[in-house]
Ligand binder design. Structure first.
Ligand SMILES: CC(C)(COP(=O)(O)OP(=O)(O)OC[C@H]1O[C@@H](n2cnc3c(N)ncnc32)[C@H](O)[C@@H]1OP(=O)(O)O)[C@@H](O)C(=O)NCCC(=O)NCCS
Length: 311
């Protein structure tokens, strides 16, 4: 039983929703100064509110349904059908639970991107788990690992790099099943390589590909991109600026745990330093026992957590 009633939000709820959002934004920004959080809803469509017996708004969510096509590489990371919680605000775990239950659809996963600085417990109580971290590393050099050749990729590397990318995704399959190899993975990666070989530059959205060589053999790779967060007044997961984004990092199984991943990442971060980035970002899975230790060790601190409930 809950003391909250859930109903569709009306314009009369706007002030109460914004108050809830502002209170939590103040709290979380004080806990993590890297955050810039919205203080009013960005979505125009009406959401759901949980109200207490006095009629005060205690939670708000706009459930947004989405589907990932069978041939989309994102199916490697996402559920085929999801309800994403937008413009979430809640005063307490019970109110969050009330709107979560009301927003739930059979055969559909739930997901919400929420500041890591907040407590996980209300999300866990609502049936979600902390699946992925979106981590940020501020600019600054990284102490290198052992010396090795790290060079830019060439067209002749295409098949080797594709195999390493698939190997990276496959590594996750043994650790929880939230990331898996899907049909769209390889074609999408090859298409990004083709764009690079055609001469597109990172400034135009092409990937950067770093190749690690040990004893003349390819032993790892990193695919990364330059991303720009516009300064247009909209609250986004990152403050406005230019960032490096590490999309895929892989060291072959035989060479792991000897510092080569550090060597590879040092070269990638050095490349981004030349672009004068405000930091570097990446996603890692909490279920990946290597990545969840490796990235924090290299200075990537989780900023956002993707809480999800998979069917
Ligand atoms: C993640 C990966 C790229 C790391 O490369 P690596 O060569 O194995 O890592 P390194 O040996 O360079 O380790 C660097 C640091 O992380 C730490 N680390 C690495 N693996 C660790 C583990 N399993 N447990 C605890 N710490 C670990 C090391 O202790 C080391 O710390 P130090 O340099 O401060 O002493 C590599 O293991 C890999 O390809 N894993 C499979 C695919 C994958 O998970 N990719 C990342 C997806 S986000």
């Amino acid at each position: 039983m809950t003391r909250y009633a859930v109903r569709t939000a009306t314009s009369a709820d706007a002030a109460g929703i914004s108050r809830l959002m502002a209170e939590r934004a103040d709290l979380l920004e004080s806990r993590d100064p890297r955050l810039r959080l919205p203080r009013s809803p960005a979505t125009v469509r009406p959401g759901l509110v949980a109200v207490d017996p006095a009629g005060a708004v205690r939670a708000h969510v706009v459930p947004v349904a989405s589907e990932v096509a069978e041939d989309d590489e994102m199916l490697a990371f996402a559920a085929p059908r999801s309800t994403t919680w937008r413009d979430l605000a809640f005063a307490d775990g019970e109110a969050l639970h009330a709107v979560a239950v009301a927003a739930r659809r059979t055969g559909t996963a739930d997901d919400v991107l929420w500041p890591t600085a907040d407590d996980a417990a209300p999300f866990v109580a609502a049936g979600l788990g902390a699946l992925f971290a979106y981590a940020l590393r501020p600019p600054g050099p990284l102490a290198p690992g052992p010396a090795a050749v790290v060079r830019r990729a060439e067209p002749a590397d295409t098949d080797t790099l594709t195999a390493l990318h698939v190997e990276e995704i496959a590594f996750h399959e043994a650790h929880g099943g939230h990331i898996r190899v899907v049909p769209g993975l390889e074609p999408a990666f090859r298409a990004r390589l083709a764009r690079l070989w055609s001469g597109d530059r990172p400034e135009d959205g092409a990937s950067l590909l770093h190749v690690l060589e040990i004893d003349g053999e390819v032993a790892g790779m990193c695919e990364s991109m330059l991303t720009v967060v516009p300064d247009d007044g909209t609250a986004r997961p990152l403050c406005p600026g230019r960032y490096g984004y590490l999309n895929s990092v892989s060291v072959t199984a035989a060479h792991r745990g000897r510092g080569w991943g550090r060597t590879l990442t040092t070269a990638v971060l050095d490349t981004f330093a030349a672009y004068d980035v405000a930091g570097c970002t990446l996603w890692f899975s909490h279920a990946n026992p290597v990545a969840s230790r490796f990235w924090p060790r290299l200075g990537f601190r989780p900023l956002w957590t993707s809480y999800e409930r998979r069917e």
